[in-house]
Design a protein around this ligand. Structure first.
Ligand code: NCD
Length: 322
């Protein structure tokens, strides 16, 4: 998609039975989903607004092969707020630990009359594989280093709300820095696709060992000097170093990493006063982000979590009812 033409796309009728990534979505699809999330906002976080019936009688299964706190709880609550029946399953404690394959597990679950499977897996491509083997809907809750579409969508919703872009979700003129371990991050990959499709520019910042040159492209620049980038951007999305996906040390020491790429109060002083600070969690406080920044006035980190609920309600409703 050419980012220059992206912003002319308006919301379109939803036609996807699965949400395996941002890649297959058009700018219009993304806008449709974000608009639906806005519609669900009240019911997602306020107990005063009664549950919606949009998924009444439907069954949603959370199938998580990797650890998760936010994403799993968020999908569960989202499905409940839409009145679906929800089943939570994880690899440990199921037959997966006895050697059953992902597809076999999913087919067996599907045989119990499931409408949507929400899947997190350490293998890139797992969600797509699942979608091609089951007849129910599949939502990708993170597949290896590949994509994490609902995280990118909740980041986009947070940006839009804070920067006044909810009317049409047109991000042209905005620049977002994504900082840290880009190489191993499915959050970065989905964010790059989502932001550029909505018309924003993206600057990727990190040590060369964690930032492949091949990630540059239309609307996407690569940089290694965070201090030079910060004054130019409207938002900064700080990523965790994915130590569990590293095969060896990617930088000399954690101290050096923080000195070059950690977001500190001192460093933030060079940024635009209203810069938005985001982080998908879990945070390594003191490594990629200083506590005072994470909890400070520019931080939108807890808003991201709250917006995640509305986005996941939208994703579940749209794919399940298509
Ligand atoms: C991210 C993930 O699991 O990809 N977290 C999340 O979903 N909120 C990022 C991370 O683990 O660093």
């Amino acid at each position: 998609m050419n980012p220059a033409s992206a912003s002319s796309d308006v919301a379109v009728p939803w036609s996807h039975r699965h949400l395996v990534g941002i890649e297959p979505l058009s700018a219009g699809d993304i806008r449709t989903l974000l608009a639906k999330a806005v519609e669900y906002e009240g019911v997602s976080t306020s107990r005063a607004v009664p549950k919606r019936q949009d998924l009444h009688g439907k069954v949603v299964v959370n199938l998580f092969y990797e650890d998760s706190t936010r994403t799993r709880a968020s999908f569960r609550l989202a499905a409940s707020r839409l009145s679906a029946d929800v089943l939570d399953m994880s690899a440990s404690g199921s037959s997966v630990s006895k050697g059953e394959t992902l597809v076999d597990t999913a087919r067996n679950i599907e045989a119990m009359g499931v409408d949507t499977i929400v899947c997190r897996h350490s293998q890139s491509g797992a969600a797509l594989q699942l979608a091609s083997h089951v007849s129910c809907s599949v939502v990708n809750a993170g597949d290896g280093q590949h994509e994490h579409p609902t995280q990118a969508l909740l980041d986009a919703l947070t940006l839009a709300k804070r920067l006044g872009r909810t009317d049409g979700f047109d991000f042209s003129g905005l620049t977002v820095a994504i900082v840290g371990d880009i190489a191993h991050s499915r959050v970065a990959r989905s964010n790059i696709l989502c932001l550029t499709k909505l018309g924003a520019k993206v600057v990727l910042v990190g040590p060369p060992t964690l930032l492949p040159k091949t990630m540059a492209g239309p609307g996407v620049e690569i940089a290694h000097d965070l201090d030079a980038v910060l004054p130019k951007v409207d938002a900064v999305n700080m990523l965790r170093v994915q130590f569990e996906r590293l095969s060896g040390p990617a930088f000399p020491s954690q101290r050096e990493y923080t000195a070059l790429y950690g977001l500190t109060t001192r460093r933030l002083a060079q940024a635009k006063p209203r810069i938005l600070v985001m982080h998908p969690g879990p945070m390594n406080r003191g490594l990629e982000i200083e506590s005072a920044v994470a909890d400070g006035p520019n931080s939108a980190i807890l808003e991201q979590v709250a917006n995640g609920l509305a986005v996941r309600m939208a994703a579940l409703a749209l794919v399940t009812n298509t």
